[in-house]
Design a protein around this ligand. Structure first.
Ligand SMILES: [Zn+2]
Length: 312
């Protein structure tokens, strides 16, 4: 069963999200001097209008970022957009099923292009809720990258930035020539991103968000939705949304709640109960962060069923 992102629905009104933009499935749109984008027809509660695959180039060989879902029409559209250009690199932000699976077919269709991505996550963890954005278990990169690497292309330079949080192996890619960031699902213009334990981690997420804020990018190109051009105010709002949710969790503990089951109906009163399983994971991610910060304690290992208390 697919579930949507409850944090978007419950508190999204306080942020200036970018909900409308001009696009058409399969069309190659130029979004900057060195960046083109083709959107796959896989809309959904996590993917918004679908996966935006970026083609990065300056007239010579290009890189492709996040080829997307295993979808024949999207592969054809990408090959048409690439035309007679050479693809020198395929870069993948993380291994979720709306980002990674088409990499292999695209690499083969373009003559054996190396795929660059982080080490896939350990796959023996329990998934408490099956989210419709899940891990592509067959994905295997040719070149493992982890952050800090600089990839030189034909007239473009990409710096790899580790941005764990949404996924433990999430990377973002800095296009140095344009002071822009391909943010994957770490930062999206249309919505907050889901941080679902065990692979998602709110402590990592907040640290990664602050690392991006400190860089002063001029533009952010998320995998889903429109580019973010008013970067600084947007990121301040994005950060405030998370600290606001954390404060709400602390308020519930102060009010005497000890379980996630008690907190969710209050914190997510305005959202449909069908979204409460995902909301529970989001609250758990905040509680784990607060425990690590020394603000709360639990009588159990970090789990959805534990009892949580403030440390006074
Ligand atoms: Zn995604």
């Amino acid at each position: 069963m697919g579930v949507s992102n409850p944090d978007r629905l419950s508190t999204g009104q306080t942020m200036q999200f970018i909900k409308s933009f001009d696009f058409s499935y399969g069309r190659n749109d130029r979004v900057s001097a060195r960046v083109e984008r083709v959107i796959a027809n896989n809309p959904g509660p996590f993917t918004f209008t679908g996966t935006g695959t970026y083609i990065v180039g300056a007239g010579g060989a290009v890189a492709v970022i996040d080829p997307g879902p295993a979808d024949e029409a999207h592969l054809s559209a990408l090959l048409a957009a690439i035309g007679d250009r050479t693809v020198s690199h395929i870069l993948v932000t993380h291994t979720h099923s709306d980002h990674a699976p088409l990499s292999k077919a695209l690499a083969a269709a373009c003559g054996g292009v190396p795929i660059y991505a982080a080490q896939p996550p350990m796959r023996d963890g329990l998934e408490a809720v099956r989210l419709d954005e899940h891990d592509d278990e067959d994905f295997q990169p040719d070149v493992i990258i982890s952050g800090g690497e600089v990839i030189e292309g034909d007239g473009w330079t990409i710096e790899v930035m580790a941005t764990p949080g949404h996924a433990s192996n999430h990377l973002a890619f800095v296009l140095r020539e344009e002071n822009g960031l391909f943010s994957g699902d770490h930062i999206m213009g249309w919505s907050t991103t889901i941080v679902a334990p065990p692979d998602g981690d709110m402590s990592d997420y907040m640290a990664s968000l602050e690392a991006v804020m400190a860089r002063g990018f001029d533009v952010i190109w998320p995998t889903h939705g429109a580019p973010i051009t008013d970067v600084e105010p947007f990121l301040k709002g994005y950060h405030a949304h998370r600290t606001g949710r954390e404060a709400q969790v602390l308020e519930r503990l102060e009010a005497g709640d000890t379980t996630i089951a008690q907190m969710v109906p209050v914190l997510y009163a305005v959202v449909s109960q069908t979204l409460w399983p995902a909301a529970s994971l989001s609250v758990l991610s905040h509680l784990i962060k607060l425990a690590r910060d020394g603000r709360v304690t639990t009588d159990d290992e970090y789990s959805l069923s534990g009892h949580w208390h403030l440390i006074s």
